[in-house]
Design a protein around this ligand. Structure first.
Ligand SMILES: Cc1cc2nc3c(=O)[nH]c(=O)nc-3n(C[C@H](O)[C@H](O)[C@H](O)COP(=O)(O)OP(=O)(O)OC[C@H]3O[C@@H](n4cnc5c(N)ncnc54)[C@H](O)[C@@H]3O)c2cc1C
Length: 518
């Protein structure tokens, strides 16, 4: 049982497989103390899912860590800069409401809760504009940095939008040529296991065998090892978050010089919402919806209506629409014996807030930090991994549900169901009660590795118009923070002015960066 863990086999070459391979190889690959031999197996017959174009700032850290050049990444993945999400029509049916969930935290968030001040004094401007320059910068179509800013550095925090198919190819090239990961093409057919239940070898359809000490299931929705081999069930959350279908389409820009939005645009619809993501050469648009509330043809009509309005130049008949299905949920366990699941094999809820790839990065990060050097320690690492991941999935569900449960939309069965407190997780219900008297703060998202900090809850709550019953104005602590708050708000107003003049548009920034590198 204390046999050394030296050979890692990753099955699946989508974003999850290659991100995991890259992070693991640079921490523990050949040439490091652990000296792991890492092999990635993927099928030439089963394509990657090919969606998943929105990321978080964590992707900057991932790319930097595995040692890619940002300009190469921008060029090869058709990528653009993303500064957060713009939510349209989530609050009420009139659809005129808009708010931002930017990536930057409110000013001095670790020490001062500006929401207290905004609730009593600031409501003339939106919460996001009150506490950070980023919402104004992003809504003006500006990029997150100046053209001469070094790779990965910024004026305002950012992640990326990219072409998922090209991203996997880009990572594959880098991870195999620079980080020593072996790449095998073949179809996993069966598995041979030892007496204790551990996987010993993968048997491929051509007869080849791949032996290993640790196996990572990145086979996407199939979950060939975690579900197929170990039978771990999916905890469905369809009664909480109903969306289980998407129709995706790629739409060309009207002109080569058309602006590139620097936020994901999420527009609420009668039975879900439409994502709209700007890459360099095209937009990726899709309608995520609930099959319990609309059928496929109604969903197509809704998407066509969106396109007519938001991309009137697009020739709908010439576009190719792709339908995707998923069961919203997560595995009952993520690591069993010597096998763990990362990516869609571990679960998927829906793309709202684009947390899936961030969770892949987080899972791979936990694995790297606690990599089991021998089989004996693996069970301890596995138990902790399962606990951590369960916490993250529950956090994601609560945060996503918040977007629906505080809406005032009443225009369809979908929204009436989505707003119902019946499906609301207990912990979120309690928080919503607490936020009637105090804004979200560090206690509400206390862990250092939280996926969504309490600031994210503030952006959504106050963006959606959540009006608490009590505010802080009479308290001594409020009087103390007032001067500091006013100072920070004035600095924020100045920053909006300065940066609006200084920063190029998202397209100008990308074009200049790509041009300068030629
Ligand atoms: C509609 C939709 C929108 C999304 N939007 C976002 C978003 O904006 N942001 C975000 O972070 N995430 C998003 N996601 C999630 C994101 O797409 C995934 O998390 C990400 O692409 C990772 O997928 P994967 O690598 O787990 O699986 P896949 O891309 O499906 O890869 C599976 C791999 O397994 C291999 N494989 C399968 N069977 C075998 C076999 N028998 N033998 C060998 N290999 C095999 C395949 O060849 C493939 O390489 C979205 C998902 C959906 C459904």
């Amino acid at each position: 049982m204390d046999q050394a863990v030296k050979r890692v086999v990753i099955v699946g070459g989508g974003s999850a497989g290659w991100i995991t391979a890259g992070l693991l190889a640079c921490e523990h690959g050949l040439g490091t103390d652990a000296g792991l031999e890492i092999t990635l197996l993927e099928s030439a017959n089963i394509p990657i899912i090919g969606v998943g174009e929105g990321t978080w700032p964590s992707m900057r850290a991932t790319l930097q860590k595995i040692g890619v050049s940002e300009v190469d990444f921008l060029r090869e993945c058709d990528a653009s800069f993303k500064q957060g999400t713009q939510f349209d029509g989530w609050r009420d049916v009139a659809g005129a409401d808009r708010y931002y969930h930017p990536f930057s935290l409110p000013a001095e968030y670790s020490s001062i809760n500006l929401a207290n001040y905004w609730l009593s004094h600031g409501r003339a401007s939106s919460f996001a504009d009150f506490v950070t320059p980023q919402a104004a910068i992003a809504s003006a179509g500006k990029g997150p940095k100046q053209t001469g800013t070094p790779e990965f550095a910024f004026n305002v925090n950012y992640g990326y939008h990219f072409d998922a198919g090209r991203f996997a190819v880009f990572l594959q090239k880098h991870v195999t040529t620079r980080l020593g990961v072996k790449h095998k093409t073949g179809d996993l057919e069966t598995v041979s296991r030892s007496a204790n239940g551990d996987i010993e070898e993968l048997l491929l359809s051509g007869g080849e065998r791949i032996a290993g000490d640790l196996f990572i299931d990145c086979t996407g929705q199939r979950g060939l090892l975690i579900a197929g081999e170990y039978g771990v069930k999916l905890n469905s959350v369809k009664d909480v978050l109903f969306n289980d279908r998407a129709i995706a389409v790629q739409v060309p820009y009207e002109l080569e010089s058309s602006p590139i939005a620097s936020t994901t645009r999420a527009t609420a619809q009668s039975a879900g919402w439409v994502w709209d993501i700007g890459l360099q050469s095209r937009r990726g648009i899709g309608y995520v919806h609930s099959s319990a509330h609309v059928d496929s043809s109604q969903a197509h009509e809704t998407l066509y209506a969106y396109l007519k309005h938001a991309a009137p130049h697009a020739k709908i008949k010439e576009l190719s629409f792709r339908e995707l299905e998923f069961v919203p949920g997560y595995r009952e366990q993520f690591w069993v014996n010597n096998c763990l699941a990362i990516g869609l094999s571990a679960g998927f809820i829906e793309p709202l807030e684009a947390s899936a790839l961030a969770l892949v990065e987080q899972s791979a990060g936990i694995l790297c930090t606690h990599f089991p050097r021998d089989r004996k320690v693996m069970d301890v690492v596995a138990r902790r991994f399962n606990e951590k991941l369960l916490y993250h999935w529950q956090g994601i569900i609560e945060f996503l549900k918040l977007h629906y449960v505080i809406s005032e939309r009443d225009d369809s069965e979908y929204w009436r169901d989505a707003r119902s407190m019946q499906g609301c997780p207990q912990r979120l219900k309690e928080k919503l009660q607490l936020w009637q008297q105090q804004p979200p703060w560090h206690d509400d998202a206390p862990r250092i590795d939280e996926l969504f900090p309490s600031a994210s809850y503030q952006y959504v709550l106050y963006g959606m118009g959540f009006a608490p019953k009590y505010t802080e104005t009479n308290r001594a602590s409020y009087a103390q923070m007032k001067g500091r708050a006013e100072q920070l708000l004035s600095v924020n107003r100045d920053k909006i002015q300065q940066m609006s003049g200084l920063l190029p548009t998202n397209r100008e920034l990308i074009t200049t960066m790509l041009g300068a590198s030629r």
